[in-house]
Design a protein around this ligand. Structure first.
Ligand SMILES: NC(=O)C1=CN([C@@H]2O[C@H](COP(=O)(O)OP(=O)(O)OC[C@H]3O[C@@H](n4cnc5c(N)ncnc54)[C@H](OP(=O)(O)O)[C@@H]3O)[C@@H](O)[C@H]2O)C=CC1
Ligand SMILES: O=C(O)[C@@H]1CCC=N1
Length: 271
């Protein structure tokens, strides 16, 4: 880690990213700073990970080059007003917020400021995150590489056009939540049929992990991979038929549309 990185907000996403970074950079823990509204929470957090405590958000900005805004979208105005006069052209501001556009953050600063908008997900905690990244024109290639390196150390990264950013929560930022529901449902079905709860979670989660690896590592269409499982007149096609009758795909796509709709509303709520 070549820069000091500071997290404003010690909530779920900071927990996930810092856990991942501490695993990837065990010798650089002291270069990770955290501040939060409730200082006691930040203290507990810093003790757990052996990272540096910033006593407040301004102290964090003074100590770090990369500043991650890990507060809810509605808190952006408050936090940006608090730090704007001490942010310099050397800092890189990294936003995690769903729905917040780069131009909204830019308007707080009188001078050109380096801003990166990202959408990670909680699996960064285990080094298996998916992070979409977009940036403004004030970053050098070196600045961008520094941010990409951080997220690449805790998962996969993709640089995209900002026009696509509002669509990313639905497909990867929020989707771990739907996958956990799917895993719970698989496990409940297993328990119903007599498996222990412990075994049911292990079998369900490993099946989801394995299926995802097949999609990522084999150059095959997911439909072809599904067909490989469905023996003619076999058991799997009965399950697939039942899911299709329940509009499984439609339910997922409808949920994603609801997610994106909310992301767009959250982007407007901060105005
Ligand atoms: N959770 C997720 O899976 C993902 C979240 N995100 C984005 O990450 C951001 C954070 O989300 P998440 O971690 O889930 O939210 P949380 O509610 O878990 O955490 C937010 C944190 O911000 C702190 N906070 C609030 N106001 C301030 C302030 N003025 N100064 C410093 N800290 C403050 C809160 O402290 P306190 O508890 O004391 O109020 C809390 O620790 C959001 O913008 C979200 O859109 C992006 C991708 C995935
Ligand atoms: O629920 C949320 O608003 C955030 C955005 C992506 C995941 N969690």
């Amino acid at each position: 880690m070549n820069s000091k990185i500071g997290f404003i907000g010690a909530g779920n996403m900071t927990y996930a990213i810092v856990s991942g970074l501490v695993n990837s950079y065990p010798d650089d823990k002291q270069n990770i700073y955290v501040s939060s509204r409730t200082v006691e929470k930040a203290e507990i957090f810093c003790k757990e990970f052996d990272v540096s405590l910033a006593v407040n958000n301004r102290d964090l900005v003074k100590n770090c080059e990369i500043i991650v805004l890990a507060v809810k979208p509605v808190k952006y105005e408050e936090v940006l007003n608090e730090i704007k006069d001490i942010v310099t052209s050397k800092h890189v501001i990294v936003s995690l917020a769903a729905g917040i556009e780069i131009k909204y953050i830019e308007q707080f600063f009188d001078e050109p400021t380096k801003i990166v908008r990202t959408m990670p997900n909680t699996p960064v905690l285990v080094g298996a995150g998916m992070t979409a990244v977009t940036k403004n024109d004030h970053l050098s290639q070196e600045d961008l590489e520094a941010v990409l390196n951080l997220f690449e150390s805790i998962g996969r990264v993709d640089v995209i056009d900002e026009s696509l950013m509002d669509s990313i929560p639905a497909i990867s930022g929020s989707s771990p939540a739907y996958v956990y529901i799917f895993i719970e449902a698989l496990a409940d079905g297993g328990v119903l049929q007599g498996l222990s709860r412990e075994k049911a979670y292990k079998y369900a989660a490993q099946a989801v992990l394995g299926a995802a690896k097949m999609v990522l590592e084999k150059e095959k269409h997911p439909g072809e991979l599904k067909d490989m499982v469905c023996s003619p007149a076999g058991a799997t096609i009965e399950a697939v038929y039942s899911l299709e009758k329940s509009n499984f795909r439609g339910a997922v796509i409808r949920a994603m549309n609801a997610c994106t709709e909310k992301v767009k509303q959250m982007g407007k709520m901060k105005d």
